[in-house]
Design a protein around this ligand. Structure first.
Ligand code: F3S
Length: 385
């Protein structure tokens, strides 16, 4: 590949991987089972990123099943979202380039809920911090924290350099975190956000949090990965590596109590009257959609309320009639995108309430949007006001 025998894209991909491997002192490449690519919104990659993709798409094809992160709009309902025509046109050019590379246009940050679910011990090359940490921690797969270009290079070459979290010894806990029981996704998101902020990097081993649900694991991971550079956590008696190796210990130890978590949430909270209330960062599961529906209890919302999800979970909601029932109550399910990667200010939204610490952090700090960070039941109360 490096010599160009497999074409220009494979050569370019191998050059990127070799450079990475040298930086991290990897002694060889390993084959990967799948890739997840971020850097899809035209808002983030712009014309320069698109040119890079078009160059690769000339003769490049991915060698492993590869899925795609959300883009800047719902591909079918972008007009209803209020997305401007010029943005939509450019976004479609980006999607087309990815499609030509043989990538599945899944457009979700929860590929593991949409058919790309790696097994325990599988080597993969994923970008999208919340998906990476979920794959490593909840599934026991092995990926480093790839960026969009390195994940794409790995997908085209079918390989990645062997270093970091692909190695057993790098996956051991570095700090024990004693924390209160996690009761819902909001608490998981807030705890993850706080712990990420405190430890910054490393591999936390949680004790005392109970056995969180799949949605709580995804919220905890998204929080940890957004405020810190964390790509793997363990939970005593719950996550696969902690279950297989109950003797795992770390020397360092921190204690978190409920008050610490709530104080941290207050720092992110600054809106009382949101233009938009949304759930689905990371993209919502069918269980999260159902919880929202049950809490609404037949009452119509009086504000803009969105659920962001993948097309495959939305299809499940349609089969169950849940999509129609939510729409009757005024709740819209959008796919392929999220408020963090969509051109949210261009569509006139200035304040948002959500139960996701990751969304709250990015919307507040990168977009200057006023945010409210609340549990789902409080979001529902706001939606009905
Ligand atoms: Fe997914 Fe957007 Fe959140 S990509 S993790 S919904 S910021």
């Amino acid at each position: 590949m490096l010599a160009g025998e497999y074409g220009h894209a494979a050569q370019k991909a191998m050059e990127i991987l070799l450079a990475l491997g040298k930086i991290y002192d990897a002694d060889r490449m390993i084959e990967i089972k799948s890739a997840q690519i971020s850097g899809v919104s035209y808002r983030n990659i712009g014309e320069e990123g698109l040119e890079f993709l078009l160059e690769l798409a000339e003769d490049g094809r991915v060698r492993v099943p590869t899925t795609l992160n959300p883009c800047g709009m719902d591909l079918e309902r972008w007009r209803e979202m209020g997305i401007p025509e010029d943005f939509a046109e450019n976004q479609l050019r980006v999607i087309d380039a990815y499609r030509r590379l043989g990538i599945q246009v899944t457009l979700t940050c929860t590929p593991y809920l949409a058919g790309n679910e790696p097994g325990f011990g599988d080597h993969i090359a994923w970008s999208e911090s919340s998906a990476i940490i979920y794959a490593n921690s909840a599934l026991g797969a092995r990926t480093n924290r790839e960026g969009g270009p390195s994940a794409l290079a790995a997908a085209i070459a079918g390989r990645t350099p062997l270093y970091g979290l692909h190695l057993e010894e790098q996956r051991l806990p570095t700090v024990e975190v004693h924390a209160p029981q996690i009761r819902d996704e909001f608490e998981a998101a807030a705890l993850g956000y706080l712990v990420g902020k405190i430890i910054g990097e490393g591999v936390p081993m949680f004790r005392g949090v109970g056995v969180p649900s799949r949605d709580q694991l995804k919220a905890l991971g998204a929080g940890l990965a957004c405020s810190g550079g964390i790509a793997l956590f363990h939970i005593e008696g719950a996550t696969p590596e902690a279950l297989r190796n109950p003797e795992m210990r770390a020397v360092e130890r921190i204690e978190i109590d409920e008050k610490d978590v709530l104080e941290e949430v207050d720092v992110l909270n600054d809106v009382v009257d949101p233009d938009l209330i949304f759930i689905g960062c990371p993209h919502a599961s069918i269980e999260e959609m159902t919880s929202l529906y049950l809490l609404l209890d037949g009452r119509k919302v009086r504000r803009k309320v969105w659920i962001l999800s993948s097309r495959s979970v939305k299809a499940q909601a349609e089969r169950l009639g849940l999509d129609r029932r939510l729409r009757e109550l005024g709740v819209e399910i959008f796919c392929d995108t999220c408020p963090v990667v969509a051109p949210i200010r261009r569509i006139g939204i200035r304040s948002i309430a959500t139960n996701s610490s990751k969304a709250a952090y990015y919307l507040k700090n990168l977009e200057g949007i006023k945010v409210g960070l609340k549990p789902l039941r409080e979001l529902v109360e706001d939606a009905l006001r």
